[in-house]
Design a protein around this ligand. Structure first.
Ligand SMILES: CC(=O)N[C@@H](C)C(=O)N[C@@H](C)C(=O)O
Length: 674
């Protein structure tokens, strides 16, 4: 069998599909596919068209070396996208992210609008050729021209400094400021001249959240979250409406107990689907619910209130009778239909995949979506909304051949709670040939192992002979509110004991060699790997990536300190902090951290590394030699994104595990220079 997971070269070269848009007539589907650039040191994305009928093979639409993203259909049928490709009509022009238009009738794409500061996304309306760009503008700029001049002055003088008066100052891997998110209306989209950009809310001063903005079908209204700063470095997300004609901004939902995010607007423009996220406290765990907000000024009403899941609204049925949503559920994320009159929830897709980007056909019978699971990466499918029958359409790539099998397994936590896991078994695992195993702990911690991931692919390890257990312990989503509540504020309790219960059952299997087992996790999963290291010696090795180590320090240096401070007091942070247990660690640890990680700042990795060398039960000897290892990425962030670094990540992890779990030595990649 040829599986791409045996070779890291082949693995990183697998195409990665994401996103999906459907034109107004329901006849054209467009997705984005990322592949390696010619130097194999970055991914570049191109747009592909997929035949909704399933009859024709997928067709590549764009081919520039700069790549294309942000696909959006105009109501008239043309396709918009963003790209930093050069403008053929401006030989001397600088390359910067611009908005391009590909005619529905075929032919070349032409540049619609460009700006010095680039753009991050495109919003279009379903029924009118209205376009709004999401983009950043310098906080002090008074218009597009002024913004361009100020940017140039900053660039020419080499000044990168940012003066802050508020919080936060960073987000994941990006510095915030001096620019801030804006909505820029593209004027006269169908006119003869080049359109201009019109800042819809220049006075919002940095508070707009444009990742989840939506336009009404007629393109007259824009709905967005607006971030409102609060005392003590905190903030909340309120729901706002912007009238595109008058520029008037109205606050629709605002209270201190919840954050609000807009979902799709009903086809008749009368209702907005809204996600409400409860403000957490030490006593109140997160809870997400779906609201229906009448846009004539009525009170919001909760939908599917009796359903113990967190629905995420995706689309409306064209007759406005129901919302199509997805929700984490028992190791998957199915498509459901929610009746807006009764709130009744009907599950549509029956498989265990996780669905996203759901688009509904104009007759309301069919949905198209992206789905993935641990059996296949993201792919585009057609769903019969009445029967749930789901067909894989002709995608840009075939599913990769897997080097093993997948099972769903169940354990019982200390309090009797069912703890479910996916278990990846390598080919050949049997009672006669038991295999070594890895416990993988997911991040968040509010989340689930329910979708394909390229960053932690269990199949890469299965191809190297390991079984991989992917448990959803306390704090995981898809198992009801109680599963989240039982771990809230006490990470070292039920989340840890659930993982140990799952490990007990794993090592009891006759196809697993219980003497050769390691634990690994990233981010919150890395926190838990560190906690595991300080509380048990049952694992032969531990890999901890971008991990929280000293919660007292993490709580003040992460990019969103207020989020964690709501869950834990300083005392609770100390109580749950893995660093307090350094003296108990006698398992070899591989620490991995990227310097540009602002969510879990590098100080966590540096302090963990020094503590391991100086205070663990396996300290460095007088020559500084230790069984622990530190894999440091100076130019990566919370995630290892560059393909060449992903290969290093998997190679070093594999060599560390081989040495400590299998007792075998592997050659390290030459590029490490050792
Ligand atoms: C809420 C949050 O950012 N948690 C991080 C510490 C985390 O665990 N992130 C996970 C989801 C990741 O894989 O990045």
């Amino acid at each position: 069998m040829t599986t791409p997971f045996s070779s890291l070269e082949d693995f990183v070269a697998l195409p990665r599909l994401s996103g999906l848009v459907l034109n107004r007539e329901g006849t054209r589907l467009v997705t984005s596919v990322a592949t390696l650039d010619p130097k194999k040191t970055a991914y570049q994305s191109a747009l592909w068209e997929i035949d909704p009928s399933g009859a024709e093979p997928a067709r590549r639409l764009t081919r520039s070396s700069a790549g294309e993203s942000g696909a959006a259909f105009l109501a008239g049928g043309d396709l918009l996208f963003t790209s930093a490709r050069p403008d053929p009509e401006d030989a001397d022009g600088e390359k910067r992210p611009s908005l391009w238009r590909l005619p529905a009738t075929g032919g070349e794409a032409s540049l619609l609008v460009t700006r010095e500061g680039g753009m991050s996304g495109v919003l279009t309306a379903a029924e009118a050729d209205v376009v709004v760009l999401t983009a950043d503008a310098l906080a002090g700029s008074t218009g597009e021209e002024d913004d361009a001049e100020r940017r140039k002055a900053r660039k020419d003088s080499g000044v990168a400094a940012i003066l802050h008066a508020g919080y936060p100052v960073r987000y994941w891997d990006a510095d915030l400021g001096p620019d801030e998110p804006r909505y820029l209306a593209v004027t006269d989209v169908d006119g003869d001249g080049r359109p201009t950009l019109d800042d819809l809310v220049p006075s919002a001063r940095g508070g707009l959240r444009n990742a989840h903005a939506v336009l009404s079908p007629d393109g007259r209204l824009l709905f967005s979250s607006l971030t409102v700063p609060e005392e003590l470095g905190s903030q909340r997300s309120v729901l706002v409406r912007v009238d595109l004609a008058t520029r008037e901004l109205s606050v629709l939902l605002d209270d201190r107990e919840n954050d609000y995010t807009p979902g799709p607007v009903s086809p008749d423009g009368r209702y907005l689907a809204v996600t409400r996220d409860r403000r957490t406290t030490a006593e109140l765990a997160p809870q997400s619910s779906l609201l229906l907000l009448p846009l004539d000024g009525g009170e919001p009403r909760q939908l599917a209130a009796d359903w113990d899941r967190w629905p995420s609204p995706e689309a409306w049925l064209p007759d406005g009778s129901s919302l199509v949503a997805t929700a984490d559920d028992d190791g998957g994320a199915p498509v459901v239909v929610i009746d807006v009159a009764t709130g009744a929830v009907r599950r549509v897709t029956e498989d265990t995949a996780a669905y996203s980007d759901v688009r509904v056909s104009p007759d309301g019978r069919t949905a198209y979506a992206v789905r993935s699971s641990y059996l296949f990466p993201a792919e585009v499918v057609r769903i019969d909304l009445a029967t749930g029958a789901t067909d894989r359409l002709q995608n840009p790539a075939e599913r990769p051949e897997l080097p093993g099998t997948l099972e769903r397994v169940e354990s019982v936590g200390q309090d009797g709670q069912a703890v479910k896991s996916w278990l990846v078994l390598p080919e050949g695992a049997s009672a006669d040939a038991p295999v070594p195993a890895l416990l993988w702990i997911h991040g968040g911690p509010i989340g689930s192992w329910n979708a394909w991931t390229w960053r932690w692919s269990p199949w890469v390890m299965a191809a190297r002979g390991y079984a991989v257990l992917l448990p959803d312990p306390a704090l995981s989503t898809g198992y009801g509110q109680h599963m989240v509540d039982r771990g809230w504020g006490s990470w070292g309790a039920a989340p840890y004991t659930d993982l140990m219960a799952a490990t007990d059952d794993l090592v009891a299997r006759d196809d697993i060699d219980g003497t050769r087992v390691a634990a690994m996790g990233g981010s919150f999963g890395g926190y838990m790997a560190n906690w595991v290291a300080g509380h048990t010696a049952r694992f032969a090795a531990i890999v901890t990536h971008a991990s929280l180590w000293a919660l007292d320090q993490f709580g003040g240096t992460t990019d969103a300190a207020y989020y964690w401070a709501r869950e834990m007091t300083p005392e609770a942070m100390l109580e749950n902090s893995p660093h307090s247990h350094i003296g108990s660690i006698d398992t070899p640890m591989l620490v991995i951290h990227g310097d540009k990680d602002y969510r879990v700042p590098i100080g966590e990795g540096l302090r963990l590394w020094y503590d391991l060398l100086s205070a663990s039960k396996l300290p460095a000897n007088e020559h500084g030699v230790t069984p622990h290892r530190f894999l440091y990425f100076p130019d990566e962030n919370h995630w290892i994104l560059k393909p060449q670094h992903a290969k290093i990540w998997y190679s070093v992890v594999e060599a560390f595990l081989a040495s400590n779990v299998l007792g075998e030595e592997r050659e390290l990649p030459r590029e490490l220079g050792l």
